[in-house]
Every structure is written in structure tokens, then in C-alpha cells.
Write a protein that binds this ligand. Structure first.
Ligand code: ES4
Ligand code: ZN
Length: 350
């Protein structure tokens, strides 16, 4: 509960949440117990013996608000923890329950439509089949639409520190499930992995009718060139959206390009607070918004922040950017406009 009745009540669209980013210590424990599989504590090499112990360990991975931990070590431990969480997912039921956990949170926050990222490579490298993963997601997606009034679609993210060949292999395998998937993106560790490395798979995806996006500059100072590539050159003409890309706020030409091409940007305040001081983060968000760029607030990885879902991300944006209720409404409309929902679904929501 955010204690902001206006914010709670408005219908929402969420365009930036990773299904794996909701894997909390509690969910890990539930799946591991059910599957009879221990979770190993990386610090000791021994299995965690209780949920409390697992929770404590999970908490040590979380950001400390305002800390400037802009170093590679922190990035690596975040991704280690993050991708470690994939190992507890074994059965179709696990994938179903995981997705339902998101949909239940979404329904409680008045989220009416969501585009949810998933990282197929992270699952196949744990030995999970596409069928297990996608059929679990599919059943949850149907149930959420029927019973919770939450519509959704999936965005397949390639892990950019894996090879372009691996991305292409996974792209090919995903085509069997293309009715569930609206777009492709890139995530994971951006260091030395410009979007252009994945141009071939972006070209194919565009030709096959998928929408394109990419994580860029996740609250750190990766080269602005990465945002440039996403905005104007991947797949020939650039992507349809940019995930994060906060540092575009420091470059007037880049902002103009994004604005002129009417690209949506997804913005997840809690993810940046991990790396950067509050005032800088919210100043940049405000700058992008004031430039007329359609930013849409998302939650990224609620279980790896402070249990911060889309409502809590909207709340900090409101508080620290000084957004009025009217501006919050505008953010909500932005999300609908830059979403990849069918036109009739968008019209219903606007
Ligand atoms: C992510 Cl915070 C962050 N950065 C890059 N990739 C990601 N995937 C999930 N969370
Ligand atoms: Zn993300």
C-alpha cells in the first residue's frame, strides 16, 4: 500500500517488469521445498536450512538507497544473485505460479495491461524446456485475463553477455510461441555489449513483425552511443522503445531524436537508486518528461529492490520529481500509448 489514493486508484499499464525479477526469497523457498531441491548458500557452499536464513541472504543483495555503488563488483553480484534465482524453477507449475504471483500483484495495483520480460536463455541453461516455461506462462496469462482482468503479453529478452548466436537460436525456438510474444529486447550486463552486436536478430525480429526494445544505460554511465544505436540504427532504423536510457537527459540532441521519433522510454526509479544519488536520478527523469518524451514508469525487479512494484515506483517519481496528479495521469497515458497492445485494447484504456 502506497498511501496515495489517487495513485492506487488509476488504471495502470506496466511495460517494464522482469518475471524473474519478482523471484523473492519466499518464492525461491516455496519452489525449492516443493521440488525437493536444496538452495546452496554461495557464501558457505551449504544448503540454506531455513526461509529466514534465505531471506537474510537475499536482503544483503538489495540496494541501499543513496549509496553510490557504481562499480563492476556490485553489478556482478547483482547478476549472480539474479540468475541464481532461475535455478529453483523446475516445473510448469513453478512457471505458472511465478507468473500468477505477478498477476495477483498487478490486479491489486489496478494494472490492466502488462508487457512482461522473460530471459529464455537463463532458463534453458538451467535445463528447462521451452514448453515447461511457456505453457506455464500461457496458463497464467489466460487465467489472469479471465479472472483478474489483467491483460498481458511477453517480451523476450536476450542476455547480452551471451553470444549473438545463442540469441538467434533462442529466437528461432521462440517462434513456436509467437502468439504470446509481442517484442524482443536485450538485458543483463551491458559492459562492452552494445546493442549493435545483436543487429542480425533485431533485423529478423523486425521483419517477422515483432516490436523492438533494448535495455540501455541502466542507471549507470554506459556509453550514450548504446542509446543512440537503439534509437536510430538497430535493425536499420532503430527500435520502438528504449528501456531506461536515463542519461539521454544530459544530451539535448539525443533527447530531440527520441522525441522526434516518438520513442517510448521505460523508467524504473528504484533500479537507479541502486547506483546513483536520488537528486540526480529524479532530475533526469523530470528532464525527460519535461522534454515531452513519453516515459512510462515500471518496476524492473521488485524482489531485488525493496519490494517495490509499479505503484511504489510511481510513488517515488511523484514525490521526488514533484509530479502532480495530472502529470501522474499523463505518465499512465504515456504507458498506454507506447505499449504494444492491440489498437482496440489501447482505445479502451485511454
Ligand atoms: C536487470 Cl537491473 C537490470 N539490468 C539489466 N538487466 C536486467 N535484467 C533484469 N534486471
Ligand atoms: Zn529491466
Amino acid at each position: 500500500a502506497t498511501k496515495d489514493p489517487y495513485l492506487e486508484a488509476i488504471p495502470k499499464v506496466e511495460l517494464h517488469v522482469h518475471i524473474e525479477g519478482i523471484i523473492s526469497a519466499d518464492l525461491k523457498w516455496k519452489f525449492s521445498q516443493r521440488n525437493g531441491q536444496a538452495i546452496i548458500n554461495p557464501r558457505t557452499g551449504q544448503p540454506f536450512s531455513s526461509l529466514d536464513e534465505l531471506r537474510d541472504s537475499h536482503d544483503t543483495l538489495k540496494p541501499r538507497t543513496g549509496n553510490r555503488m557504481n562499480n563492476n563488483e556490485e553489478t556482478l553480484s547483482f547478476f549472480e544473485a539474479y540468475y541464481g534465482g532461475f535455478e529453483v524453477l523446475k516445473t510448469q507449475q513453478d512457471y505458472y505460479d511465478l507468473a500468477m504471483d505477478y498477476y495477483e500483484h498487478a490486479a491489486a495495483m489496478n494494472v490492466r495491461y502488462a508487457e512482461i520480460f522473460f530471459d529464455p536463455q537463463g532458463h534453458t541453461r538451467c535445463g528447462t524446456s521451452w514448453e515447461t516455461m511457456m505453457e506455464g506462462f500461457r496458463d497464467a496469462q489466460r487465467k489472469a485475463e479471465q479472472d483478474l482482468n489483467v491483460k498481458s503479453a511477453w517480451i523476450m529478452c536476450f542476455i547480452r553477455d551471451e553470444s549473438p548466436d545463442s540469441a538467434m537460436e533462442h529466437y528461432n525456438a521462440a517462434l513456436k510461441y509467437r502468439d504470446m510474444i509481442v517484442g524482443v529486447g536485450l538485458d543483463s550486463n551491458e559492459a562492452d555489449r552494445p546493442p549493435s552486436l545483436f543487429n542480425e536478430v533485431f533485423v529478423r525480429a523486425r521483419n517477422d513483425g515483432f516490436h523492438l526494445t533494448s535495455h540501455c544505460d541502466v542507471g549507470k554511465t554506459y556509453p550514450l552511443e548504446h542509446i543512440h544505436q537503439v534509437a536510430s540504427s538497430i535493425a536499420g532504423t532503430g527500435a520502438d522503445r528504449i528501456d531506461h536510457g536515463l542519461n539521454a537527459a544530459g544530451d539535448a540532441d539525443l533527447m530531440k531524436l527520441i522525441k522526434d521519433k516518438d520513442l517510448g522510454m521505460t523508467t524504473c526509479p528504484w533500479s537507479y537508486i541502486r547506483h546513483q544519488p536520488l537528486d540526480e536520478v529524479f532530475e533526469r527523469i523530470r528532464t525527460l518528461f519535461d522534454a515531452g518524451i513519453k516515459i512510462a514508469i515500471g518496476s524492473d525487479d521488485p524482489a531485488f529492490m525493496e519490494d517495490t512494484w509499479v505503484s511504489e515506483n510511481l510513488l517515488v517519481a511523484k514525490r521526488y520529481c514533484g509530479f502532480t496528479n495530472q502529470e501522474i495521469q499523463k505518465l499512465a497515458e504515456n504507458a498506454i500509448k507506447v505499449s504494444w497492445a492491440a489498437e482496440d485494447v489501447k482505445r479502451q484504456m485511454l
